[in-house]
Design a protein around this ligand. Structure first.
Ligand code: FE
Length: 199
C-alpha cells in the first residue's frame, strides 16, 4: 500500500496570523512534503520495504556511519517528520499542560531554559535539519538536533516536538533569520497539547 500525503490539520492560511503564511504552507506541504511521499513510494516499490510501516522503514534503513543516507531513508523519514510537524502546530493559542511543564522543569530546570536550548539547537544546526525535544531511552527529556531527514526514531527516542530548520520552512516568512523563525515557532505555533500527548 503506497503512502499518501495527509491533509494539513488546518487551513493553509490558518497559521498566517501566527507567523507562518499560506504561501509557506502551499510550498512546504503541497510541494515539498508531497515530493517526499511520491519519491518515497517510488524508492520502496518492489523492495522488501514496500509493505512495512514508516517507522519500520526509518529504523531499518538508517545508517549511523554516513551523513548522506540512502534514498529510501531520506524520503521516508522526511515523510514521517512532516506528518508529525503539522500536528505539532496549532492555529489556536495552546496552553502547556501541567504534566509537560513539570517534565520540562525536571529535565531542564525551567521551561525558559528548555526553550533557549531548543532555539540554540535549531540555530546551531549547520545546513538542513531539525531541532527536537525527545524523550530519551532513560525516560528523561533532551534537546537534540539532526541533519537532513534524520529523526529521533533512529536513536530509539520518542519525538515530542520537532522544528523543521530546512530553509523551505522559513525563507518565505523570515528570509535568513532562522533564530526569529525558531522563537516564533515556540512562542506562537506549537500545539503543546500535542507535545504532551506524546510523553
Ligand atoms: Fe520541511
Amino acid at each position: 500500500m503506497p503512502f499518501s500525503l495527509p491533509d494539513l490539520p488546518y487551513a493553509h492560511d490558518a497559521l498566517a496570523a501566527h507567523g507562518m503564511s499560506a504561501e509557506t504552507l502551499e510550498f512546504h506541504h503541497d510541494k515539498h512534503h508531497k515530493a517526499y511521499v511520491v519519491n518515497g513510494n517510488k524508492a520502496i516499490e518492489g523492495t522488501p520495504w514496500a509493505d512495512k510501516s514508516l517507522e519500520e522503514i526509518i529504523k531499518g534503513t538508517y545508517d549511523p556511519n554516513t551523513v548522506a543516507q540512502n534514498g529510501i531513508f531520506n524520503n521516508i523519514s522526511q515523510l514521517w517528520n512532516h506528518n508529525q510537524f503539522w500536528e505539532m502546530m496549532s492555529p489556536g493559542v495552546s496552553e502547556m499542560p501541567s504534566e509537560l511543564e513539570k517534565a520540562l522543569v525536571e529535565s531542564f530546570g525551567s521551561v525558559a531554559k528548555f526553550m533557549d536550548e531548543f532555539k540554540a539547537a535549531g540555530a546551531g544546526q549547520f545546513g538542513s535539519g531539525w531541532a527536537w525535544l525527545v524523550k530519551d531511552t532513560d525516560g528523561g527529556l533532551k534537546v537534540t538536533k539532526t541533519e537532513n531527514g534524520v529523526n529521533p526514531l533512529c536513536f530509539g527516542q520518542t519525538a515530542l516536538l520537532g522544528c523543521d530548520v530546512w530553509e523551505h520552512s522559513y525563507y518565505i516568512d523570515f528570509r535568513n533569520a532562522r533564530p526569529d523563525y525558531l522563537s516564533n515557532f515556540l512562542d506562537n505555533l506549537v500545539n503543546w497539547e500535542n507535545v504532551a500527548s506524546r510523553l
